[in-house]
Design a protein around this ligand. Sequence first.
Ligand code: SF4
Length: 306
Amino acid sequence: MPEEGLQWNSRNDLLSFEEIIRLLSILHGLGIRKVRFTGGEPFVRKDFMHLLRTVFKMKLFDEVTLTSNGVLLQPHLAELKELGIAGVNLSLDSLDEARFFQITRRPEFETVLSALHALMAAEIPTKINAVVMAGKNEADIAAFCAFTKDHNVAVRFIEEMPFNGGSSSASSFLETDNKPASSAAWHWKAILAEIQRHHPQLERLNDGPTSTSMNYRIANHAGSVGIIAAYSRTFCGTCNRLRITPKGALQTCLYAGEGLSLRDLLRTQSDSTVAQALKQAVSHRAKDGFEAAHTQPRTSMAEIGG
Ligand code: SF4
């Protein structure tokens, strides 16, 4: 979350429970088979578990996953497991309490760590998303690598993006000729070099067909490590993701601003008109994150969801 905080949306601005369910049915009709609910913390929404139960009951999706910052997650783990959650991504930038506090400005380290251990104990496939921020958590690259020795989790180190509320100001990410500026210090190659400095024996794993991460296993470690080149944008060619903000805006790329208002369409139009508008928006999506970045200004990651 940006240091200056976020402007909270009024309830009527947000998609209602019924609108989300309707939208999910429309998306299923268009061929979408996987859905991820993201935060911050999706559980801040009071009806979130009710929403999840309903989604599982609909039996429309092959895979339902979620991304959480771990603050409100743990009390729901048993039910999530029972419902059949396919995996949880935990946003956790540091394994050190002081650094965690410096980054999040919340005294929730113990809560999040406890949620992480509970996820592993429940054998829910777990990925840790850690944004590498210059001057804040470089030491956590080694710490997270060590963590995978005895814990079967996938840690993904993420290049910082100019809009994720981390260490760098947007101006330090200015681009020339569509190339990431060198001031984005923790470029994926630097992250890889740092991992290799501690663990020269890295086995390259097979990334799935639409994977966003380059994945590795450190010799004799139970878990794996990966790198997401979110700023260098090396994986746009296989990106097939759509994002819908809490206010119902469609984002066809992380770097694009808010696009089509699905909320406004849902409130005034038929399902088939919404479906048609979705198809059209997707067919006009930018070819990659560089092109998207030049289309519209965009908002904080905390407002979109991770
Ligand atoms: S197209 Fe956009 S969202 Fe997809 S991988 Fe590239 S930068 Fe990320």
